[in-house]
Design a protein around this ligand. Sequence first.
Ligand SMILES: Nc1nc2c(c(=O)[nH]1)N[C@H]1C(S)=C(S)[C@@H](COP(=O)(O)OP(=O)(O)OC[C@H]3O[C@@H](n4cnc5c(=O)[nH]c(N)nc54)[C@H](O)[C@@H]3O)O[C@H]1N2
Ligand SMILES: Nc1nc2c(c(=O)[nH]1)N[C@H]1C(S)=C(S)[C@@H](COP(=O)(O)OP(=O)(O)OC[C@H]3O[C@@H](n4cnc5c(=O)[nH]c(N)nc54)[C@H](O)[C@@H]3O)O[C@H]1N2
Ligand SMILES: [Mo]
Length: 754
Amino acid sequence: MEYEDAFEEELPWIYEKKPWRWEEDGLTVTRGSSFTGPGCHNGCGVLLYTDKDNKLVKVEGDPLNNYNEGRLCIRCLALKDVVNHPDRLHYPLKRAGARGENKWERISWDEAVETIAAKFNKIKAEHGAEAVVFAQGTGRDIAPYIMRLAFSFGSPNYVCYGLAGNACMIPRLSVQMATLACITMPDYSQYFPDRYDDEEYSVPECVVIWGTNPLASNSDGNFGHWTVDAMKRGSRLVVIDPRLTWLAAKADLWLQVRPGTDAALALGMINIIIQENLFDREFVELWSYGFDALAERAAEYPVEKVSAITWVPQEKIVQAARLYAQSKPAMIHWGLAVDMTKESVPITHGINALMTITGNLDVPGGNVITELPCGVAGYYGWGFDLINREQFEKRIGMGKYPMIRYGIPLASPDEMVEAILTDKPYPIRAMWIQANNPIACMGADPKRTYESLSKLEFVVVVDLFHTPTTVAFADIVLPAAAFPERNGIRAVFYYAQSMNQVTQIGETKGDAEICRLVGKALNPDAWPFESEEEIWDSLAQGSGLTFKELQEHGQMIHPNIYRKYAEGRLRMEDDQPGFNTPTGRVEMYSTRMEEFGLDPLPYYEEPPTGPVSTPELMGEYPLILTTGGREQAFFHSEHRQVASLRATHPLPEVQIHPETAKGHGIEAGDWVWIENPLGRCRQKASVTNVVPPWLVHADHGWWFPEEEAAEPHLFGVFTSNVNQLIPYNCGRSGFGNSYKSAVCRVYKVKEGEM
Ligand SMILES: Nc1nc2c(c(=O)[nH]1)N[C@H]1C(S)=C(S)[C@@H](COP(=O)(O)OP(=O)(O)OC[C@H]3O[C@@H](n4cnc5c(=O)[nH]c(N)nc54)[C@H](O)[C@@H]3O)O[C@H]1N2
Ligand SMILES: Nc1nc2c(c(=O)[nH]1)N[C@H]1C(S)=C(S)[C@@H](COP(=O)(O)OP(=O)(O)OC[C@H]3O[C@@H](n4cnc5c(=O)[nH]c(N)nc54)[C@H](O)[C@@H]3O)O[C@H]1N2
Ligand SMILES: [Mo]
């Protein structure tokens, strides 16, 4: 099938048949998709090289994959060191000593599954299925399986444990679901097999990089180097970031914003665009709702005021607003920082309004609306139909934060911690933790997170390695396979590809297979699959292919159709043009938020601590603290044990401006304490002017696999973990937490304190 034919016939998928396995210089080469584990959200096309013993010896980018076009980051290039690492978990383990002693006994998979099922069923009989919580970390491919496991067991409590305010992606998803009833992605031509050369595509005249550092993070399914591709093709760049990133250094405009003030910036830009008549009147009139109310709200944010709030010079705000509004098309590529302040909902809402008033929604080179990959439609929400309404309504946080109905059916992490500690509204007794390292990484206030997990009667952790979380809490540890050790399906928004097993380490199993085994033991009717492959067949069903056929076909792309709202593609019930919202339009004035008692319009609120909210703290804690900017070599708390990657960034680093360092007698390489009223941690000083004098930036997710595992040390998890300075304090919608906008002071660690 040629691509052209596929378009003409409007087939759901296009693909080019490519060989998926061959021999080369004595090695076997297998083409596939690099999804997790180890961590990554993206699924770059990879070539996996294995020797005659099926050992993974080399990984290269697949030049024929349109997603990464042969490019790879250092974590995949070092993948053989991760997969073959001597510290990998090889067998199911049962705790042999007390919790925290790090004493384990090898058990069989059968015994592990029987023990887990017996314990979960006992807790269900005593307290109800909701007393067992199913936790995952960042969005890895486990979401469908773990959701099915939770819901088929009858528990509505599926959660990203410790992620205060669900402050990663979920706020953006939920706001878009509430106001557009769909979600968007920056359009870097990824929907076209021939990419930028396709005649339907337009290169954006302007790209706004807002609170993301794509070259390090490749976040939200976007390959970071696409931004460089766009720059090479002439896109002008606006970067909104308090730090001088590589992209900021090359941008036409760099807005060095004070962390957590992005909503004010968005409103200020909206105001300028409306005042100067730079908005797309036709789009606004035909497709949006609430323009007048938005204009009135934005008028409360004149540029002088916005500059005073954000610390960005007035002229830069004006220039950015004009450049974005006058470029056709223009794209906003946003990232995590948008979610990581307490009132994150109005930031997303404001940035969405910018895309809307400029008519950049779902146009080539703008922000395209994603249609889920229909060929594997079952992938999202798999198992959602298995839980009854009454049980589902028991989801923790549902009563307090009704907006969590929009987006992914997750419980509120803030309320979950509280529920475990207080037994209110009902007791929580056990947790299934799969691909989540809450005390080292995801959890705000890790000591509180620790306290909550210590209270549980029974904990299972599924991971590739021992972590502070396995050692401190697990009763059973199950060894997870990395992606070269299992089959699977990678379905991003618009493409699907098989993941192909090439090697086997110990008795590891893939996450889907692990969920299948436990699911079958808990509720056989809901898990009729006799093998892992039957799961893949079931998920691939919508494409009309079996898993084996998908494997043969290689990468399959779901063609994009622009301006779906005009084509009647967004309203499934009536096929009318418009959006699937209560008003049928993009709601800049959100009727759903209004219904939930939230402000229906974007607004700005100061971060909970800072020069304006807590001036009394600024004497003692004069610096603004932002955290967790991504490093290529690590995925969150992962990869710390991999020598080749660790060599690039051996210890946790806090970036401090030279003047600030000098003022505190700190020199490059000194260990320093980072402290605020909630707690402190120590990291190495990196003295650099990528941060301004008023800001420090600290690494997140640090623990030391080379150090003592047993309690109380727990691989040094409380030594350098910056989340000890970050409280659980979500926004009024239940979304957002100030992981990236706190305050602190820094001072040298004294001799003898190490
Ligand atoms: N201060 C601060 N804290 C932050 C952030 C920040 O910016 N600043 N970022 C936050 C964000 S956005 C997120 S998403 C969280 C992430 O928080 P987590 O997802 O909890 O962090 P990870 O280190 O990725 O831990 C996941 C664990 O999963 C294991 N793992 C990896 N792949 C697989 C797999 O395929 N299967 C299984 N079973 N296990 C696997 C890893 O070995 C690791 O131990 O951290 C948050 N923490
Ligand atoms: N290598 C690697 N890649 C990853 C991950 C990883 O751990 N390692 N984690 C993955 C995950 S789960 C996520 S969520 C993504 C996140 O990836 P991104 O969305 O790129 O987010 P970050 O790298 O956390 O931060 C991006 C930038 O925001 C800036 N920033 C900080 N505070 C603010 C603010 O208040 N406003 C604005 N406008 N900017 C601010 C920081 O200086 C930083 O340069 O990365 C994913 N990809
Ligand atoms: Mo994340």
